[in-house]
Design a protein around this ligand. Structure first.
Ligand SMILES: *[C@@H]1O[C@H](CO)[C@@H](O)[C@H](O)[C@H]1NC(C)=O
Ligand SMILES: *[C@@H]1O[C@H](CO)[C@@H](O)[C@H](O)[C@H]1NC(C)=O
Ligand SMILES: *[C@@H]1O[C@H](CO)[C@@H](O)[C@H](O)[C@H]1NC(C)=O
Ligand SMILES: *[C@@H]1O[C@H](CO)[C@@H](O)[C@H](O)[C@H]1NC(C)=O
Ligand SMILES: *[C@@H]1O[C@H](CO)[C@@H](O)[C@H](O)[C@H]1NC(C)=O
Length: 343
C-alpha cells in the first residue's frame, strides 16, 4: 500500500517536472526536426556533410548529432496552423531568417539578391538555412520553401530583440546556445531565458588569429600584455572570452563584426582578433600571407537556430510564472516529504 502510494507520488513528481521543461513551441519542434534531418543526411548535396565539405574541405567541426535527441519527428500540420509563426510561413512559402554581417567573410552569408530589406544568400550558414526551408516545405506543402534573410540587423546583439519584434521568423547567425545577454538593466541572463533553440547544427568555439602587426605573438600567452591590441566584436562571446583570458591586453570592441578581421588583415591597429573557429580558420585559409591562427580560446559551444518562445514573457507574466514554478516546486517537495514519512 505504501509502495503504491510512493509510486503515485513519484509519477506525480515526474509529471510536474515534465510540465516545467516542455516549453518548446511548435515552431521550435518543426525547426528541430529539419535540423535533425539535415545532420542525418550524409548523402545528398543539401546534407551536413556535403555543405561542410564544400566550404571547409574537411571535418574540423563536427555536427554534435548526439545532442539532437528530442523533437525528432514532424509535428502535425494542424499544430503548425495553430502556431502563428509556422502558419504564416506555410502561407507565404518562405522562411525569413535573421542574420547579421550578411556580406562577411567567410561565406556564412553572402547577400546576393535584392528586396527592400531581405533577399537570398549563399554561404555556409545560408546553405544550411536553405536546406532547413527546403525540408519543411517538402514535408508540409510538397514544394521547397525558400530561405530569405534580413540584411538590416547589422549588430549581432540586436538579433534577439529584433526577432521578438517580429522582424523575421528565426535567428540563424552562428549563435551559440550557451551565450548570455546583457539586458538594458545591466543584468546578464542566459540566451535560453529569452529564446528557444533547436538542437545544434554545428559545434563551434572561438580562436585567435594574428595579423602582420602581431608577428611577435607566437602563442596565446603572448597576447596577455597591454601592448597588444586585441580586437573583438562587442556583445559577443568573443568579447567575454577576451576579457577573461587576456585581462592585460588592450581589448578593443567594435560593433561591426567585420572590423576586427579587416583591421587585423590590413595591419590597421589590431594585432590580433578573436573569431568563431569556423570564421578564423576560413579567413586564415583565404589570406595565409597576412593572417595566421594562434589557438583555440575557451570551451566549444553549440550553434543552433533561435526561435521565439511560444509566449514571450513580459515582466509581469514572468513574475507570475516564477511564482507558479515556485508553487509547483513546493507541492513536489511536500509530496516527497509525505512519501518519505510514509515509507
Ligand atoms: C558572393 O557571391 C558573389 C556572386 O555569387 C561572388 O562573386 C562573391 O565572390 C561572393 N563573395 C564571397 C565573400 O563569398
Ligand atoms: C540591404 O539591401 C538593400 C537593397 O535591397 C541595400 O540597399 C542595403 O544596402 C542592404 N543593407 C546591407 C546592410 O547590406
Ligand atoms: C530536450 O529536452 C531537454 C529536457 O528533457 C531540454 O533541456 C532540451 O532543451 C531539449 N532540447 C531541445 C532541442 O529541445
Ligand atoms: C588601446 O586601445 C585604444 C582603443 O580602444 C586606443 O585608443 C589606444 O591607443 C590603445 N593603446 C595602445 C597602447 O595602443
Ligand atoms: C524569475 O526568476 C529568474 C531566475 O530563476 C530571474 O532571473 C528573473 O529575474 C525572475 N523574474 C522576475 C520577473 O522576477
Amino acid at each position: 500500500m505504501k509502495n503504491l502510494f510512493f509510486l503515485v507520488v513519484l509519477c506525480c513528481v515526474v509529471a510536474t517536472t515534465a510540465t516545467l521543461v516542455s516549453a518548446q513551441s511548435t515552431a521550435a519542434k518543426t525547426l528541430n526536426k529539419a535540423v535533425y534531418d539535415f545532420l542525418a543526411d550524409t548523402t545528398t548535396s543539401i546534407g551536413f556533410n556535403a555543405i561542410h565539405q564544400s566550404y571547409f574541405g574537411d571535418n574540423i567541426l563536427h555536427a554534435p548529432t548526439s545532442k539532437c535527441t528530442n523533437y525528432t519527428t514532424w509535428p502535425a500540420a494542424s499544430d503548425l496552423q495553430a502556431d502563428s509563426t509556422m502558419a504564416s510561413i506555410l502561407a507565404r512559402k518562405y522562411i525569413l531568417f535573421g542574420a547579421n554581417s550578411v556580406a562577411n567573410v567567410p561565406k556564412r552569408f553572402n547577400y546576393t539578391a535584392v528586396g527592400s530589406n531581405y533577399g537570398k544568400c549563399t554561404g555556409f550558414e545560408a546553405d544550411i538555412a536553405a536546406s532547413i526551408a527546403y525540408r519543411i516545405g517538402m514535408n508540409y506543402a510538397g514544394v521547397p520553401f525558400q530561405a530569405y534573410f534580413t540584411n538590416d540587423t547589422t549588430v549581432f546583439g540586436n538579433l534577439i530583440t529584433d526577432m521578438g519584434n517580429l522582424r523575421f521568423d528565426f535567428i540563424l547567425s552562428g549563435m551559440s546556445v550557451e551565450g548570455t545577454v546583457t539586458l538594458p538593466s545591466g543584468q546578464t541572463v542566459p540566451r535560453t531565458d529569452l529564446i528557444d533553440f533547436t538542437c545544434p547544427y554545428i559545434k563551434d568555439g572561438n580562436g585567435v588569429v594574428k595579423g602582420n602587426l602581431g608577428s611577435a605573438i607566437s602563442s596565446l600567452s603572448d597576447l596577455n600584455q597591454k601592448t597588444v591590441n586585441l580586437c573583438v566584436q562587442s556583445g559577443t562571446s568573443m568579447e567575454t572570452l577576451a576579457k577573461s583570458n587576456f585581462p592585460n591586453a588592450n581589448i578593443t570592441s567594435f560593433s561591426l563584426g567585420a572590423d576586427p578581421y579587416t583591421k587585423t588583415l590590413n595591419a590597421d591597429f589590431c594585432h590580433a582578433y578573436l573569431a568563431p573557429i569556423i570564421n578564423a580558420l576560413y579567413q586564415v585559409k583565404l589570406d595565409a600571407t597576412k593572417l595566421s591562427y594562434v589557438g583555440d580560446v575557451g570551451a566549444t559551444s553549440n550553434v543552433a537556430v533561435g526561435v521565439r518562445k511560444s509566449s514571450t514573457p513580459t515582466a509581469a507574466s514572468s513574475k507570475k510564472s516564477n511564482a507558479s514554478v515556485a508553487a509547483l516546486q513546493l507541492i513536489v517537495a511536500l509530496l516527497s516529504l509525505i512519501s518519505f514519512m510514509l515509507l
